[in-house]
Design a protein around this ligand. Structure first.
Ligand code: 6PG
Length: 248
């Protein structure tokens, strides 16, 4: 890893959830004050279980200017939106349906095309909304990531060609080792261009991979989660004590 990340460890998952929600709410308010809106990309897995409920609960939810939020997905499975495998479905159930983000600011992946076309169209949506300068990467305010026990993040899996993408913002992954196999994912250059990237991990099953990620023991970083290092942004980790057990 490059610049030293900010590592926040909480005694249990509930404390992690509350602290993370409060932190994201502060970042959203800062982004809205500076740039007029807050563009955040969500991931799947347990992330929305961890952050959704505290964000959607009073009094925090009443203190958030939801009209400033734009929701993107760092990755999405190529499944119908009402599938239990859909990251949109999970986010909708845990957060979006409970708060007042304008529906036109919830940029779900349109899975009505084949995977490659879906990826290309999502890139078009990002270009239309984020409006980077020509030839520049889009810049999200915050990207929230999980980490798999194999070190994957978003739908970027170890030793996968998608890790070497240098042109496209979003690519299709047809052979994800974590089911379902067909996914859409933002690429590393997009993730590493964000103002802020936060990894969120809880539970003792993450202790071993976090130890590998944080203590490469001289090995060249090659796990997807190790390749996340925002060049002009901040990198942070929100962990519970169980996940951080082997770090200190
Ligand atoms: O769509 C996905 O599957 C996720 O984006 C994926 O990258 C997830 O964040 C990790 O697999 C961790 O998932 P858990 O937190 O559930 O272990």
């Amino acid at each position: 890893m490059g610049s030293q990340p900010e590592v926040n460890v909480y005694s249990n998952r509930d404390k992690l959830s509350s602290a993370l929600a409060a932190y994201v709410a502060r970042r959203a308010a800062n982004a809205a004050a500076r740039r007029g809106r807050f563009c955040v990309a969500l991931s799947g897995g347990s992330l929305m279980d961890i952050i959704g409920p505290p964000l959607a609960t009073m009094p925090l939810s009443a203190a958030i200017d939801w009209a400033a939020w734009h929701i993107f997905w760092a990755d999405e499975r190529w499944v119908p939106k009402d599938s239990p495998d859909s990251n949109y479905h999970h986010a909708d159930r845990q957060l979006l349906t409970h708060v007042g983000i304008p529906v036109e600011q919830i940029h779900a992946v349109d899975d009505s095309f084949d995977p490659a076309q879906t990826a290309g169209r999502y890139e078009d949506v990002m270009r239309h909304v984020l409006e980077p300068e020509p030839g520049q990467w889009p810049r999200l305010d915050l990207i929230l990531l999980g980490i798999g026990t194999d070190g994957h993040t978003a739908s970027l899996f170890p030793d996968h060609p998608a890790l070497r993408e240098t042109q496209r913002w979003v690519v299709a992954v047809m052979d994800a080792p974590k089911p379902p196999p067909i996914r859409i994912t933002m690429t590393l250059p997009v993730i590493n261009n964000a103002h802020s990237v936060l990894f969120v991990a809880a539970g003792d099953q993450k202790a071993q991979i976090l130890s590998r990620v944080f203590k490469p023991n001289g090995k060249k970083p090659r796990l997807p989660s190790q390749l996340v290092n925002p060049s002009g942004g901040e990198l942070g980790w929100f962990l519970d004590r169980a996940a951080a057990a082997d770090l200190f």
